[in-house]
Design a protein around this ligand. Structure first.
Ligand code: NAP
Length: 296
């Protein structure tokens, strides 16, 4: 595949480590080792993972053991408690275990996996993150956020270098706030297909809150793509890729063919008029774009 060797993509490994995760196309999972070799060969050098992503950390570690071409790792720490004297120990333990499993000596970024304002603002948590950076245990620390409150908190705190946030054709509200903010952070876009719903909503049998709203939006977006003679999936991915100020974009599939399609279509040049129409949709703040509201 011809694909630019220098790119801003990070491979998201939730579905890779847990094949039943999210709104998958139900395509077969590619073999772990050959899949990671393929990802490296096409020019992706960064992986987003977490101790809670099934076998992901272990499989990446196995790949690292037998391959010289390593990945930069962005992983997470989970299960922290508010106002706890054990936080530092817990963070150190988590980093040590992740490095061991992943077979790496360096961590590019450690995120707080808990999208919880009480954890993000906790002094013990913030001190632990500060310490691990000073000691050189990780290069960067970050938060993974879902809403405006968490975003504002992360933007106003010097400790956080990186913010991972949802960005898609239906959700640029948070991105717009972060991108205009005076404090420049490394911005990492995730859930570019709204956790896969924009591509595979019909594959889920169980209904959830806002199912109808999302279906209506998908129909509208497909008609929009059709009227501008642009491939629907290409429109979704190239719109996010065209947004300025995003340092990285997480792309995710457990299948080579699907990942190939995403990367090939990420560089489509969208008509300016179409972009303006998508801007109008995406900048609105809607409850249905937050997956935390999907479950009662
Ligand atoms: N920190 C956090 O709180 C958090 C939360 C969510 C996600 N994340 C990170 O972000 C990554 C992406 O998350 P997401 O699931 O929300 O992302 P997404 O990019 O919105 O959706 C990914 C889904 O799209 C499907 N897909 C991809 N390409 C496709 C194609 N060409 N045709 C049909 N379906 C396709 C994939 O299914 P197939 O595998 O079947 O292709 C996958 O289930 C995760 O892996 C994780 O690393 C972090």
């Amino acid at each position: 595949m011809s694909f630019q060797k220098k790119n801003k993509f990070i491979f998201g490994s939730a579905g890779f480590g847990m094949p039943a995760y999210g709104f998958s196309s139900s395509s077969n999972a590619s073999n772990s080792d050959s899949f990671l070799k393929y990802i490296h060969n096409i020019g992706i050098r960064n992986i987003d993972t977490a101790p809670s992503y099934g076998h992901a950390e272990n499989s990446i570690g196995l790949y690292h053991k037998y391959n010289d071409k390593k990945f930069n790792i962005w992983t997470k720490v989970d299960g922290l408690k508010v106002n706890s004297h054990f936080t530092m120990d817990q963070v150190l333990k988590s980093i040590k275990e992740s490095k061991k499993k992943l077979n790496v000596s360096e961590i590019e970024c450690l995120y707080l996996h808990q999208n919880d304002i009480a954890i993000i603002e906790d002094k013990f948590v913030q001190n632990a993150l500060k310490e691990i950076k000073i000691c050189g245990l990780v290069k960067k620390v970050g938060v993974s956020i879902y809403n405006s409150l968490e975003l504002e908190s992360a933007l106003s705190n010097d400790i956080f270098d990186t913010i991972q946030l949802p960005v898609s054709v239906v959700n640029t509200h948070l991105y717009n706030v972060a991108n205009k903010h005076i404090c420049k952070k490394t911005l990492v876009a995730r859930s570019i297909f709204l956790q896969g719903t924009l591509l595979n909503i019909e594959k889920k049998i169980e209904r959830f809150n806002y199912f109808d709203e999302i279906c209506t939006m998908i129909k509208f977006l497909k008609e929009l793509a059709y009227s501008y003679k642009v491939d629907y999936m290409g429109m979704l991915v190239s719109y996010v890729n065209s947004l300025e100020g995003l340092d990285h974009i997480i792309v995710s599939s457990k299948n080579k063919t699907n990942l190939d399609k995403i990367l090939k279509k990420s560089g489509l040049k969208l008509n300016q008029d179409l972009k303006l129409k998508i801007n109008e949709i995406s900048e609105k703040l809607n409850d249905w774009t937050n997956p935390r509201n999907w479950l009662s």
